[in-house]
Design a protein around this ligand. Structure first.
Ligand SMILES: [Zn+2]
Length: 257
């Protein structure tokens, strides 16, 4: 197996961050009932857990580790603080709320996407390093929260990369296409499974060039940049998930070009 380190040293047990916990060979780890990525690094075996954006500073997350010889260990991950920006906006009521039909569609889509995000395949990713899916200006808005008419919305679960309409989007890592859909907020979307719960999501596409169950190499073109769904201008919404938690893609991409 390949030794692979996170490209950015800044990762840590912050909300939306990545916590590394040393384990022994053969470990099977879970966090909140979700399997956690376990792989070999140059110095030994590690569990690489995504910390949910909803985790509170000081909160202790319990990583449950099981070994083939029935040994069981509970390891603690203490969440540390990271301040994400929030923005208060006032918008006309009819633009801020979904009508009952949209609400029904949104709920169904949310359930479907949660199911897709629980995908866990046993073979580990070849590498944790992701290549840039499109080059362009990256927003640092991961984790930021909008408070619309006094109501906090879900924090931003990805990175927005500005690029022209029609710009080809490359798979950030080798993987398998586990979802292709068109959603109310995300628009045309592709989700890839890179192994052991490491997933990447590409949204607001103008065109999809990937089919469900297809195996893709890193760099394979899977679609084109667009404005589908709720997007104010052409950009790629790029998310990375570990054990169903959205984590900051910046940790996986290395330095901003
Ligand atoms: Zn976005």
């Amino acid at each position: 197996m390949l030794a692979a380190a996170l490209p950015a040293a800044a990762a840590g047990a912050v909300p939306g961050g990545v916590a590394k916990v040393r384990v022994e060979n053969g470990a099977q780890a879970t966090l909140d009932g979700n399997r956690v990525l376990v792989m070999r690094e140059s110095k030994g075996w590690v569990a690489i857990a995504g910390v949910p954006l909803s985790a509170a500073p000081g909160e202790k997350l319990s990583l449950q580790v099981r070994y083939p010889d029935q040994r069981f260990k509970q390891l603690e991950i203490t969440v540390t603080r990271k301040k994400y920006p929030s923005q208060r906006l006032s918008v006309p009521r009819d633009q801020a709320e979904l009508d009952p039909e949209q609400m029904k569609r949104y709920e169904q889509e949310r359930e479907h996407l949660q199911e897709v995000l629980r995908t866990f395949s046993e073979s580990p990713p070849a590498s944790l390093a992701m290549r840039e899916p499109v080059s362009g200006r990256r927003s640092g808005s991961f984790g930021s929260r909008r408070i619309i008419n006094g109501e906090p919305r879900s924090p931003h679960s990805g990175m927005d990369i500005a690029a022209d309409n029609g710009t080809p989007i490359a798979a950030a890592n080798a993987g398998r296409v586990i979802d292709v859909g068109e959603y109310l907020f995300l628009g045309r979307t592709v989700i890839l499974d890179h192994g052991q719960g490491l997933l990447s999501l590409y949204a607001h596409l103008s065109e999809v060039n990937a089919a469900p169950a297809e195996t893709v190499a890193a760099g394979k073109i899977i679609g084109k940049v667009g404005t589908s769904g709720r997007a104010t201008g052409p950009h790629l919404h790029f998310s990375i998930y570990l054990n169903t938690a959205a984590v900051d893609p910046a940790y996986f991409l290395g330095a901003t070009p």
